[in-house]
Design a protein around this ligand. Structure first.
Ligand code: GLU
Length: 492
């Protein structure tokens, strides 16, 4: 064990190649179910999945649920359904660490018998009291040579005092950790519960993982994993290749945080981002297409993806770019596909109108216009609710704009008169309104604004004259009249 697994293990890529030749690439996504699937974790899952598809290998899903205090069953379901939404079904698993306790205890026995562990009887307070003024933080090795019985005690790994462990990382190159800076870390709690660092390695060994692809927050614990690995498997063990992915940061270059930023994949799904756009966007957070394309089909991503080309600099999670990409995907859909994709947002639990007032035919007529305008599917109801509500939902800002517009009363009065007589088609309504604008000496869009607010309740929406045509004369006249009345009242 002396020297550490990676110290002499300069052959990591070779080892991985050997493993690949024998059994093919095996990668894993190993989330701890302590929350929603984080966008950074989804990116890690995606890079594993892409690499598996690129190499014709196997993508394993492993739920790291050893921390019973922080894990919740609904998070497991949420993670699995977000992965499935993004199109990443595992080839094997989900395996659960909670079902593999026996394997961890066997590994602990092996390590104990090999003299790689020792029992520690120190309490947290005792350790803190002894080490608070030490230059190197961490456990001071107090119990290392005390020969304590293991029963009822935490077990610590004896980290070699000298030497280094080197993590050969496909993205970062060699990262050297001196053993001096690594404390004798705990692998089993005094309760007998194995810790993450041990379970993680035992699983990677048992599951024949060839490439460990994960966030760079796990890089500091990697030498510990490698020390365990070689203590279990010997110094010439076949090690996996490592690829630690760059952090995701927000526009202020801060690490994405649960409290500050929207980080749950589920919330993007809920807001109406398309899975294909989300997947495409996540793929570009650290990797770029050698041909410089930004919109890529899954096949193109799979064909082009290489771990060695992943950038190690933090990747900016740019919401504007994600929205732009989503819009591109929305516009590229057929109208029928758009209607199907929008359907969940038109359902009674999400839409603001009474279900019986929804008219599929009317929605179909408007759909191509809506499709061109929305950034996310969650914006669809706002674009069409005026068609299915008895009265439009007039938002405050829009009403304020209308009531501050001096020409609004005249525009509404004239529109009422003209629309009563006009032939009812978008085209004639357009030219009649243009004539009204000319008459008042105003630009068409200035005249459209109060009409739009009166009829749809909002300042933005689908093209006005098509909207009027679809809504019908009666409802339009009624809404213009109601707005005019409210305006009169406001002014009086
Ligand atoms: N379960 C760990 C986490 O969610 C990941 C472990 C790994 O990928 O090696 O942070």
């Amino acid at each position: 064990m002396a020297g550490g697994a990676g110290a002499t293990g300069g052959a990591t890529p070779v080892a991985a190649a050997v493993a690949a030749a024998v059994g093919g690439t095996r990668v894993r996504f190993a989330p701890s179910p302590t929350g929603f699937l984080h966008v950074g974790s989804a990116r890690a899952a995606l890079y594993n999945w892409l690499y598996a598809r690129h190499t014709g290998g196997i993508f394993v899903l492993r739920i790291e649920d050893t921390d019973t205090e922080r894990n919740r069953e609904e998070w497991v379901d949420g993670i699995i359904s977000s992965l499935s939404w993004l199109g990443m079904e595992p080839d094997e698993g989900p395996f659960r660490q909670s079902a593999r306790t026996d394997a961890y205890h066997r590994a602990i026995d092996t390590l104990w018998e090999a003299g790689a562990l020792y029992a520690c009887g120190c309490s947290r307070d005792e350790i803190d009291a002894r080490t608070k003024s030490n230059a190197t933080p961490g456990y001071d090795g107090f119990c290392r040579d005390r020969g304590l019985e293991r029963e009822g005690r935490a077990l610590r790994f004896k980290v070699p005092e000298d030497g280094t462990t080197v993590v050969h990382d496909l993205i970062r190159g060699d990262v050297v950790f001196t053993h001096e800076a690594i404390e004798d870390f705990v692998v089993v709690k005094s309760s007998g519960a194995p810790l993450f660092v041990l379970a993680n390695v035992v699983d990677d060994i048992d599951m024949h993982i060839t490439h460990v692809i994960r966030g760079e927050d796990l890089l500091p614990s990697t030498p510990k994993g490698l020390l365990i690995w070689s203590a279990l498997e010997g110094d010439d063990a076949t090690l996996p290749a490592f690829a630690h992915l760059p952090l995701l940061v927000n526009e202020r270059r801060q690490k994405l945080s649960k409290r500050r930023d929207d980080v749950a994949v589920e919330s993007y799904q809920e807001r109406g981002y398309l899975a294909a756009a989300m997947r495409n966007y996540l793929t570009l957070l650290g990797w770029s297409d050698p041909q410089g394309r930004e919109i890529l089909t899954v096949e193109e991503m799979v064909a082009g993806f290489e771990l060695s080309e992943v950038n190690h600099a933090p990747a900016f999670f740019d919401l504007k770019k994600l929205e732009w990409m989503n819009k591109e995907y929305l516009r590229a859909m057929s109208v029928d596909a758009f209607i199907e994709a929008a359907r969940p947002w038109l359902a009674p639990d999400r839409a603001p109108w009474p279900p019986e007032r929804f008219d599929e035919g009317v929605f179909r007529t408007m759909a191509p216009l809506v499709q061109e305008r929305v950034g996310v599917l969650g914006e669809v109801p706002d674009m069409v609710d005026f068609l299915f509500l008895e009265r439009p939902l007039v938002d405050e800002g829009s009403w304020e704009a209308l009531s501050k517009d001096d020409s609004a009363p005249a525009v509404l009065d004239r529109a009422l008169a003209i629309y009563r007589e006009s032939e009812w088609s978008a085209e004639t309504l357009h030219s009649a309104t243009q004539a009204l604008a000319d008459d008042l000496g105003r630009k068409l869009n200035k005249v459209q604004a109060p009409i739009r607010v009166a009829v749809t309740g909002r300042r933005v929406g689908p093209p006005l004259f098509q909207s009027l045509e679809v809504l019908g004369r009666e409802a339009v006249l009624e809404r213009l009249g109601a707005a005019r009345e409210r305006l009169g009242g406001d002014r009086g």
